[in-house]
Unconditional design. Sequence first.
Length: 205
Amino acid sequence: MRALLLGLALMAPALPAAAQGSAPENAAPQNAAVARGERLAAERSCGACHGERGVSATPSIPSLAGQQREFIALQLVLFREGLRDVAAMKEPSEGLSDEAVEDLGAYFASLRHAPPPDRARRNVPAYNNGAALSNRLRCGVCHLPNLVGQNQVPHIAGQREEYLADTLKAYRDNNRHGTDTQMNAVVQGLTDAQISQIAHYVSQR
């Protein structure tokens, strides 16, 4: 396993965002990384699936705009190393250097988050039930109360609803694993209906 994956996996979720490049002296390198990431995203046609500005209009394809840069980098390493098997990501991640992975993370993190253009109207009972379930499962502990994530924990608020539901079902059914099994344990035993309610609530945030 390459050094980047180890470093990202060991990164403490509670590390304050202010300690991760917000200082003025880090602005120029960060801007350069964003510019390189933008060029890479164009070269690898990331926008064809994830949206030209990182907001997906394609069912079951996640939006990346405003995503945590560490999360993007970690997922790209998992794809590149064959540790996460998603056929559509095999070619785009192939041969990426560690710097390229970090640059793509910086680029997508720099984009303005927005809900998908085809987001469904809010279903109030489903939203309220999803909110109660999210509170019971303590989603806000790792993803933060506003569900924007931190470090390698993803930004899930406003994500595509069907993608959220599919992902939660994959964790529940042990068809997907992160760098640990925490998510698998959290959603164990949830019904499809409960997962749909959580996905609706999170997508409407």
